[in-house]
Design a protein around this ligand. Structure first.
Ligand code: C5P
Length: 232
């Protein structure tokens, strides 16, 4: 780690925040704009949750879940057609499956276990390649890339996040119910913010952006501008 905020020869911008704050969409767009790699760390926790279900490993079996996380057979395949990244678990495509709220909830249960987080640490660090990485998650700026050159913490009101998630799920052809989503997101926020292992919290040196009344393009432009200012 050099003093300029460049890690292993590559820059990192971390984008943390609660579910529905726009992290995923904004991170993907920024990665495209800069020609950098993208780490969707939430997908890894969703995959551990899904694999636990299919291997009948209980959510309180910490050792079993940590072993599963350490040996997770997962592949992220970039799609040249521009329609995003395809995700495979044990050879089976699960790109859409892992986006359900049930998978999100299971993800937040396995994510509260420190041994699972430890098992995924190196896998996340390995995403870092030159020229840079956009890292999306909950602890990117606090734990995984604490020396990132730019750290962003995105927020939005619970109502706005639930409504965004509702539209996203509908677009993907998945089941969605707005009042159930409000409850589930509140429950997930509570678990993510109050867990003892890497709780969801803004890094001291993060720039917080409330996206409640901003369009996606406005947020991307704002982060892009922040990056241009510090990278010259
Ligand atoms: O971002 P996403 O909604 O896909 O994340 C699913 C869950 O995974 C979150 O609710 C959180 O509990 C967990 N997570 C985490 N640390 C990360 C990314 C996600 O604990 N870096």
């Amino acid at each position: 780690m050099a003093e300029s905020g460049i890690e292993d020869g590559a820059y990192v911008i971390t984008i943390d925040g609660p579910s529905g704050s726009g992290k995923g969409t904004i991170s993907r767009l920024l990665a495209n704009e800069l020609g950098w790699r993208f780490l969707d760390s939430g997908a890894l926790y969703r995959l551990v949750g899904l694999a636990a279900m299919s291997h009948a490993i209980a959510f309180d079996d910490e050792r079993g879940l940590a072993t599963l996380a350490a040996h997770l057979d997962v592949e992220f395949v970039s799609d040249d057609s521009g329609s995003g990244t395809k995700i495979f678990l044990e050879g089976e495509e699960v790109t859409t499956t892992i986006r359900s709220e049930a998978c999100g909830n299971n993800a937040s249960k396995v994510a509260a276990i420190q041994a699972v987080r430890d098992a995924l640490y190196e896998r996340q660090r390995a995403f870092l390649v030159a020229p840079g990485l956009i890292a999306d998650g909950r602890d990117m700026g606090t734990v995984i890339f604490p020396d990132a050159r730019l750290k962003i913490f995105l927020t939005a009101s619970l109502e706005e996040r639930a409504s965004r998630r509702y539209k996203q799920l509908k677009q993907k052809g998945l089941d969605a119910n707005l009042s159930a989503l409000l409850e589930e997101l509140a429950e997930r926020d509570e678990r993510d913010m109050n867990r003892s292992s890497a709780p969801l919290v803004a890094a001291d040196d993060a720039v917080s952006i409330d996206t409640s009344n901003m369009s996606i393009d406005e947020v991307v432009a704002k982060v892009s501008d922040l990056w241009q200012r510090i990278s010259v």
